[in-house]
Design a protein around this ligand. Sequence first.
Ligand SMILES: [Fe+2]
Length: 345
Amino acid sequence: MKIKVLDLKEGMILKNPVFSDNKILMEKGQEITSKSIERLENYKISEVEILDGKEQELNKIQTEEKVIKEEFEKVYQETRVKAKEVFTKALNGNVDIKAVDTMIIDTIANLEKSKDIFLTLLSMRGEENYLYDHSIKSTIIALSIGKKLGYDKDQLRLLGKAALLHDVGMFSIDNEIINKKDKLNDKEMEIIRKHTLDGENLLRNEEEVVQLAAKFHHERIDGEGYPNRVKGEELPEIVRIISIADIYTALISSREYRDAKDPQEVIAYLMQMSSKQVDTNIVKKLLENMSLFSIGAQVKLSNGKIAKVVKATDNPFRPIVDTEDERIDLNNKKNSLIYIMRLVV
Ligand SMILES: [Fe+2]
């Protein structure tokens, strides 16, 4: 909306930058103040474009989300530092329960603050040791599934602890094997498979389910996993959740020997695996946390508008999207006539 500088009011937001002789006077998104009005008048600018009410509301939401995301990024890096300490101690058979508990409580609190923004952190990675990120991300995924299953605080804490420590047995394996580009030989495979039993051993003083998560997270419902070829019904629900969180997290991460997959691709893969190898119900709960369209993807809506996917809803086909001037919750009944036609590449 164009407006005369004479009519500008404090608090309005610029839709476009303002130039004078190719020099930028004010940035896009900048708030109008009495000083800026004076400045525009001095430069003899007669009119500017500002955000209208709807656009301003959208701008406010997006700015708030940006702040939350930056906060979460900081939290993630701090969690990473704590995880490093926890794993260093755990390798000596000394699980720092207080530190683990604090990490889990913080993670649950962050999921509660804004699940979507927190889940977008899954693309983050520190410089060293893939295993720290893998453990933290698996924990975030496992907890978001646990919440969908209606777990209470105590159940979530146990699930979180089991998820955080499930791969602890991997930490003593040579990085050369973990990051090997070529196919592993039988001996290396055996070393990798042993991380389940080593993990169980390191966690022998912890709750039984925490030990079982380390031991059985590579077991599959059809009994085709390792180390003991245990079948579905013998695997506690917490272990089945962690298996799925583990597969999901591994596949969305890039490794030395393969590229990262899209979350959507991984979901399709898990759906294929489900019922035979992984628990279908838990995959569905994971899906309820996700949008079938990646967060950030551009889509064309049935009303002809182009929009950006910003949040998942309970319906993976109907996320929340931002068009140029408004936020639309496609899962809200009042928008039931609008749908996503296709991705815009
Ligand atoms: Fe593992």
